[in-house]
Design a protein around this ligand. Structure first.
Ligand code: GH3
Ligand code: MG
Ligand code: MG
Ligand code: MG
Length: 298
């Protein structure tokens, strides 16, 4: 069952909250706050899909709340609609300039609120879908190269603060051009999907990121994993791909599809660029290929 969207209503007047809730509660789960302090508290616990935000409140006003939400990278994508009795152009412009998506004048019309909320939630859903598609590989469902770059940048930054280790595994299918030539491109695609699924199962902690970053090349980003453990994961992947038993009569290494893997591990510091892990793992992969393929080097 799909979870109902959560709408956070912020208004210092309880009667306004009641009117807005009545208009929306049939379709959405409602959270509410009557002051900025309550909003900050709530945002940490509830991740609303949309915020209806009053401007005039005692203490911190709605504009300040909007700025706060927009400056927090975890919250910045939440659409904000101002609802206020300040019926002049300047007030509306200020709200929109701060990043609010819309502005509804009080007294509100329930039908208009329903329609605008529905439209903005639909736009948000499509934006989120697009953002996911932009980092997903269409053939395998793994992350793509853009995902690799984003995740590496994020994890190296995060681990620089905690002083953690980062391991990266790069994997390349052996003699895959010959495989395509012998069995055809469609069978080749199916082989890529099977290798991807094997990789995904082997690196499945929430923090692990697995991507297809080239035609038959994959990478695993393994935060807080040391070299020994990364080598074990790579060996497991190698064994499991062989165990798939995908016939490959044109391979020099075995009668079935095999892979070569390169592993690199280093503690994160701000002066090491993210691509250094890829370059290092790539060098190990190159050595694995030259040493005869179907092996892990790290
Ligand atoms: P090596 O053992 O040295 O890696 O040899 P290789 O033939 O696997 O390496 P190379 O990088 O020269 O060739 C990769 C081949 O992968 C080329 C192409 O035929 C195939 N390939 C790349 N992308 C795709 C894809 O999306 N689908 C299929 N079926 N094949 C692909
Ligand atoms: Mg008010
Ligand atoms: Mg290749
Ligand atoms: Mg290859």
């Amino acid at each position: 069952m799909n979870k109902r969207p959560v709408i956070l209503i912020v208004d210092d007047e309880v009667s306004n909250i009641e009117i807005l809730s009545a208009a929306l509660e049939d379709d959405y789960d409602i959270s509410f706050a009557t002051s900025a302090d309550e909003v900050y508290e709530l945002l940490r616990n509830v991740m609303p899909d949309l915020v209806l935000l009053d401007v005039l409140m005692p203490g911190t006003n709605g504009y300040e709340v909007c700025k706060h939400i927009k400056s927090d990278s975890l919250l910045a994508d939440i659409p904000i609609i101002f609802t206020t009795a300040l019926g002049h152009e300047g007030a509306e412009l200020e709200g929109l300039a701060l990043g609010a998506i819309d502005y509804i004048a009080k007294p509100i019309s329930p039908a208009i609120v329903q329609a605008r909320v529905r439209n903005h939630l639909e736009l948000k859903r499509m934006r989120d879908q697009l953002a996911t598609l932009a980092v997903t590989d269409a053939l395998t469902g793994l992350g793509n190269r853009r995902q690799l770059e984003q995740s590496l940048a994020r994890e190296t930054r995060r681990l620089s603060v905690t002083g953690g280790l980062l391991s990266v595994i790069i994997l390349d299918i052996d003699f895959f051009k010959r495989f395509n030539d012998l069995y055809g491109h469609m069978v080749g695609d199916r082989c890529i999907v099977q290798v991807a699924a094997t990789l995904h199962r082997a690196a499945r902690r929430a923090a692990d990121v697995t991507v297809r970053y080239g035609g038959e090349e994959f990478a695993c980003i393994l935060p807080d994993i040391g070299h020994e453990e990364a080598m074990e994961i790579a060996e497991t992947i190698s064994m499991r791909v062989s165990a798939l038993g995908i016939p490959h009569d044109a391979s020099d290494t075995a009668a079935f599809v095999t892979v070569s893997l390169g592993v690199a591990t280093a503690p994160c510091t701000l002066d090491i660029p993210p691509e250094a892990w890829i370059n290092a793992a790539d060098r190990q992969l190159y050595l694995a290929k030259n040493a005869g393929r179907n092996r892990v080097i790290g």
